[in-house]
Design a protein around this ligand. Sequence first.
Ligand code: APR
Length: 232
Amino acid sequence: MMQKKKLVVLTGAGISAESGLRTFRDSDGLWEGYEIEEVATPRAWRKNPQLVLDFYNYRRRDVLKAQPNAAHVGLAELEKYFDVTIITQNIDDLHERGGSTNVLHLHGEILKMRSERDEHLIYDITGDIKLGDKADDGAQLRPYIVWFEEAVPMIEEAVPVVQQADIFVVVGTSLAVYPAAGLITVAADSIPKFIVDKKIPYTSTVYNLTAIEKPATEGVKELKELLKTFLL
Ligand code: APR
């Protein structure tokens, strides 16, 4: 049998929008009412850890209530035909629950927590994190989330995956946050690329890019039709 082609998908908040999880930069975005600096920076954590914990405790509850939608499931189904890697900026687990087996989380995971001292001391969590909850090194536990102004260690893993892609797909991201947004320029010029978004964001010069301007559930369905040509 022929080896499956490597299909790499970069996703953002837009893929989970139809599951009821709000995006960050749309008009009803999550940051409204919350200043980014107040909840998603190391400074916020130092200044008001309780507010930060509350914010992410609510986000965790939202995620646990949400269900994967047809876009998550549709991408998972592509594993039948392609060697698929999902690189997501999302902290929810809807790709995994939608059936994807190879998911790389660039910005952390809401269902994990870590020591505030040691980024490698990571634990699973479904309940709330409270002030006074300690990791095994005695340090306060914090959400396993990459905050603004923090390094994005998983990018080191993501770059070679994108470099080796045969097909590159982007779904539901404004491509506003780096280094994640830069991955689209890491993909080889020669390979086919697709972008699915309700409102296609600005991309600088990207070769071989097909835009599907639709909500993720509909757009991924159309994408799957278009990808059939690459199976021949
Ligand atoms: N279907 C498809 N796309 C959608 C839908 C939908 N139903 N709803 C919204 N979108 C698109 C928007 O048009 C936008 O391009 O999803 C994108 C959401 O963009 P952002 O809110 O900026 O989310 P994202 O790109 O994931 O943000 C990146 O920013 O705050 C940080 O760490 C956080 O991972 C996040 C990062």
